[in-house]
Design a protein around this ligand. Structure first.
Ligand code: CA
Length: 434
């Protein structure tokens, strides 16, 4: 394990935050939105086994983001994100001071206030943390692009000619980005069996997950004004786990020439906690060696990826335990989120607070490191076996997919929590007429 150092205190008086392997130590402080039974939504941060109510802390005058009014009694963290990097740093420092062992005692020593702002995570309903302005998904993992390209077009044509020059992406749907724990209906759509002249309609038979990291844009830009890769990195507030659910049979039929459409539009799940760029700072790594030089507007200005271990598990309906089906790392991506954002804005496309950019499926070089079932079971040719003895080429109704991840420091972990979703049967079909 690499030795890491991080700014800020290492221990909190919230004891559970100091436990080995805890996802939410004091150096993390990820932002989310929650509510308790019968209460209104508000913003919080996760610390140990607790959620800290930022709206109440703001009311009590213990944190101040420097805005004209309160920003945390909100249904999303967008109002806070829009304040920009200076406010992000100020509030992070205030929170660290309030939560550190031996720090500012105004919260720790006020038992009544503590009882009113620190709630067990188990009592909190976690909501979608951001109001998603737009959702764009990329295709920036080289191994994934090679694997999928090999299956769809053959190994010699696997990478499209633009791939090593452009972070390829498509505009997805913000309307169906949902928070972890939301059930996902198997989508209906058109697919064309290889032995048939005509397409058929019905529930997808090749439903899949895609392991991705989502970058969350905090500060937007202006229409007509490109941004540099360095500026793009400053615009990013943080990262979430992202499952880009994919219907492979619908995708294979519809994707040419404009890319994925209904195969991806039905649902995208994200984890409830946005892990800040500040918390991930000690884990920065460079993108892999370039195979072709990038045009200047896309060149890396410093290490822009992160060393984040990722895992996917699958639990069939009724199974007591989930099977880990993939282990990989975010550092394998060919393009960073900052490069994707710079490319996105270069034409003059305005980027907004709350925009969500999917990294693209994260597949490492080894077979157990692939980030989708399509790759793990190689298009259905090599089904994987679960701990229950069942096999899978694609997802079955009742399957629960869980993404987890974290950056491992010396004696602490910057965890992402989990991004889960359960597959429900396709919805009943309306009477289409004849
Ligand atoms: Ca994807």
């Amino acid at each position: 394990m690499a030795v890491r150092s991080s700014e800020g205190p290492s221990r909190s008086w919230v004891e559970s935050a100091n436990a080995a392997g805890c996802d939410f130590p004091i150096r993390n402080l990820p932002y989310g939105v929650f509510r308790r039974a019968g209460e209104a939504l508000r913003c919080g941060v996760a610390i140990g086994d607790f959620v800290l109510d930022l709206a109440a802390l703001e009311d009590a005058g213990l944190i101040n983001a420097g805005a004209h009014g309160p920003v945390f009694r909100e249904r999303s963290i967008n109002a806070f994100m829009a304040l920009g990097p200076k406010a992000w740093a100020v509030v992070r420092a205030q929170l660290m001071s309030l939560l550190a062992e031996g720090g500012d005692g105004r919260l720790r020593e006020d038992v009544v206030l503590c009882g009113g702002v620190l709630f067990p995570l188990a009592e909190a309903e976690l909501m979608l943390p951001i109001e998603v302005a737009g959702y764009t998904d990329f295709y920036a993992g080289r191994q994934h692009a090679f694997n999928v390209g090999s299956m769809f077009r053959g190994a010699e044509n696997a990478l499209p000619p633009n791939w090593l020059h452009i972070p390829i992406g498509y505009n997805g749907r913000a309307s169906t980005v949902v928070v972890s724990g939301t059930d996902i209906h198997r989508p209906l759509g058109q697919r064309k069996p290889p032995d048939s002249d005509m397409p058929v309609f019905g529930p997808s038979r090749r439903l899949d997950f895609e392991l991705e990291l989502g970058s969350v844009i905090g500060t937007g830009g202006r229409m007509g004004e490109p941004v540099t890769v360095g500026q793009a990195d400053e615009m990013i507030f943080g990262y979430v786990l992202l499952n880009d659910w994919s219907a492979r049979d619908i995708q294979a039929w519809e994707y040419q020439p404009l890319g994925p459409f209904q195969a991806k539009a039905f649902a995208t799940s994200i984890s409830p906690w946005v892990v800040t760029k500040a918390a991930l700072e000690p884990f920065r790594v460079s993108t892999p060696q370039r195979e072709k030089p990038l045009l200047p507007y896309l060149r890396e200005t410093g290490p822009l990826l992160y060393d984040i271990d990722l895992e996917v598990s699958l639990r069939p309906a009724g199974a007591a335990q989930a099977t880990i089906v993939s282990r990989t790392n975010y550092r394998h991506m060919y393009y960073s989120a900052a490069q994707q954002l710079a490319h996105h804005a270069v034409s003059g496309c305005r980027m907004d607070c709350g925009d969500l950019l999917g990294s693209g499926t994260i597949s490492g070089p080894g077979k157990g490191e692939y980030g989708s079932l399509l790759e793990l079971a190689w298009g259905g040719k090599e089904p994987i076996t679960l701990d229950t003895g069942e096999t899978r080429s694609f997802l079955e109704d009742g399957d629960v997919v869980a993404l987890t991840g974290g950056a491992q420091g010396e004696g602490y972990r910057i965890g992402f929590g989990a991004c889960t979703g359960r597959i429900l049967p396709a919805p009943p079909e309306p009477d289409w007429g004849s």
